[in-house]
Structure formats: C-alpha cells, structure tokens
Ligand binder design. Structure first.
Ligand code: FE2
Length: 269
C-alpha cells in the first residue's frame, strides 16, 4: 500500500541527516560529534520501537512525527559544538532551540504534511525541557514523550559506558562533574526520595549523575521503554556503582524498587 510505505519509510531522512552531519567532519577534535551521530541513530531506533509497540492505538501521522523528531532532535548539537566547543547549554546555547531552528531553516521536513512537521518541530524544541507544560496539546505531548523516552534510553547506555572508563570524550559526556567514587550530594538524594528530577546544574559528583539517571525512571511514559531499560541491565549497573553508604541507602532502595516496577510494566507490554 503506497501510503503505508511512505509512512514507514525514513531512508531519505536518514540520508539527509547524515549528509548534514558530514558537513561538520572537518571540525577539530570531533570525537564528541561522532558520538552524537551514534546517539541519534540509537534514539531513532528506540523511537521506532516505542511507536511500533503502540501502532494499533496511534495514527500513522503521529508515529511518523515521533520518529522524525527523534532523528532530528539533536541536530543543533553540531553547530553548538562547532562554535562553542562544548555540549554545556549553560555555557553556550540551548541546543534544543538550535535544533529546532536548524531543522526549520534547512527545511529538513519539507515533504512532510504540515501536521507532521509542526508536531516534530515542537517535540524537538521541547525535548530537553526540565518540565513540560500540562497545557501541551495531547498529540504534541505524545510525540515529545516518545523523543524524551527514547533519548533517556540511549543516554543510559552512554553514561554506563562512561561512568567507569576514561575515554577522551568522557569530560564532555559527563558535563564536567567531579569523579570522587565516595562522594554524593544530599540534595540530589533528597530529590530522588521526593520524586523530583534534579537539574544538571546541581550535579557536583559522578554519583550525583547516577542518582539523576535513576530518578529519570519517574519520567518514563511508555511500557516499551521501561521494558527495554529493565532488560538492558543498564540501570541495575548504574545503581550497583553507587557507594554503599548508610545515608544513601533509602534513595538507592527506592530506585531499585522503581527498576523492579519497570520490569513488571515491561511484562505488560
Ligand atoms: Fe538533546
């Protein structure tokens, strides 16, 4: 069926994205940018997985907007790093705004319907917001949540790889927090216990980062994401790397219980 094939075919967009990233290949010390290409395709695959798990309950247009938003969600990372040499938004620009502007100005979604285009652009713009407005229209919320769930799944993979290693791009990935295996911040542990998501700017130690990654489980929306996270073993690994400190135990126990629930939710999907 022609319409259906069009709905599921993203090959022209994948090529467009790769051609775009290729234009940054001469940026000096571009290892972090190569990681962003890899990250993008993982997020894209996760988004397709989430959408396919829901295909009987959503329109093809909604699914297409979500997958395209995932593919282009971090396109602003390339000009951000090229100009400012950092992925720290606070020291450069909001990369989600730059991604939105880039996909709009380069007309990446030129052949899509205006509904798909608007939904995808909205999700890209909002994908890194600390909180989403409860007033957000339900389709826009859905598309944004697919990107946010898919993005988190891959950030778990990247972080687990970098929390214990000393790769050259480690600093950029860990956003310059201090690597002291026994230290953690009590306000971040309190956020975990209160069900709050800490801000990146409050993180001081690598263990704070581990706690934040754990707290992200509060925000996962889709059972498919929870299932993938529980089955990957990544979260279990992150939690096992936290220090066995009596004062930290309640927060760690809470995160372990949440991971258990992710596995249960996953078995429903
Ligand atoms: Fe992003």
């Amino acid at each position: 069926m022609k319409g259906r094939r069009h709905t599921d075919d993203f090959s022209a967009h994948c090529k467009r994205f790769l051609d775009y990233t290729d234009s940054f290949k001469d940026v000096p010390d571009a290892a972090p940018l190569r990681l962003k290409v890899e990250h993008t395709f993982k997020v894209y695959e996760h988004a397709k997985f989430i959408v396919s798990s829901l295909k009987d309950s959503i329109s093809p247009e909604l699914g297409r907007a979500a997958v395209l938003a995932a593919l282009y969600h971090d396109c602003g990372r390339f000009p951000q790093f090229s100009k400012y040499r950092t992925f720290l938004d606070a020291k450069s620009v909001n990369h989600a705004v730059l991604s939105f502007q880039t996909m709009r100005d380069r007309d990446f979604l030129q052949e899509e319907t205006s509904r798909v285009r608007k939904l995808a652009q909205c999700a890209v713009l909002l994908h890194n917001r600390h909180r989403l407005s409860p007033m957000l229209e339900s389709d826009a919320r859905f598309v944004t949540d697919v990107v946010r769930d898919a993005d988190k799944l891959d950030i778990f993979r990247i972080m687990v790889g970098h929390l214990t290693s000393a790769l050259p791009e480690r600093d950029a990935v860990l956003l310059h927090v201090k690597d002291d295996p026994e230290r953690w911040s009590s306000n971040i542990a309190e956020d975990v216990l209160a069900g709050r998501i800490s801000s990146y700017s409050d993180l001081r130690y690598v263990n704070d980062f581990r706690l934040l990654l754990g707290a992200w489980m509060y925000e996962l929306r889709f059972d498919a994401t929870k299932k993938a996270l529980a089955e990957s073993g990544l979260m279990a690994e992150v939690l096992s790397q936290l220090p066995s400190d009596e004062a930290l135990r309640p927060a760690v126990e809470k995160l372990k219980a949440m991971l258990e629930e992710c596995g249960i939710a996953g078995r429903r999907s």
